[in-house]
Design a protein around this ligand. Structure first.
Ligand SMILES: [Zn+2]
Length: 109
């Protein structure tokens, strides 16, 4: 099982090192605060370690997204993130429903 730190390093190697919102360069060090969960790991723990649920953001944009969401929603550059979050929530609900289905089938074998 790959942990969050390992996943962050993989993403850092794979993606352009710029903020996906304001396009500021992120430098050469993969700081933990560059890795923004599109849908929160508290409310959606099963997607905590999904790369598709991580967006690279500078500290300012990440802070806006997590802690001033009502402000972020008024900024056009954030539009795609909120659309992506809606998609991921639907995928999450599908995943949870079907995972429970698979688990209950396994129990009856
Ligand atoms: Zn930014």
């Amino acid at each position: 099982m790959v942990g969050q730190k390992e996943m962050f390093f993989e993403i850092w190697d794979e993606r352009p090192k710029v903020c996906t919102i304001c396009y500021n360069p992120l430098g050469n060090e993969p700081n933990a605060w560059f890795f923004s969960h599109t849908i929160g790991k508290g409310a959606y723990p099963a997607f905590k370690l999904r790369k598709k649920n991580i967006d690279l953001m500078c500290a300012n944009c990440h802070h806006l997204y997590d802690h001033s969401t009502h402000v972020a929603k008024t900024i056009a550059n954030f539009g795609w993130v909120f659309k992506k979050a809606e998609r991921l929530k639907q995928q999450y609900n599908w995943y949870i429903r079907n995972r429970l289905l698979v688990d209950s089938r396994l129990k009856h074998q």
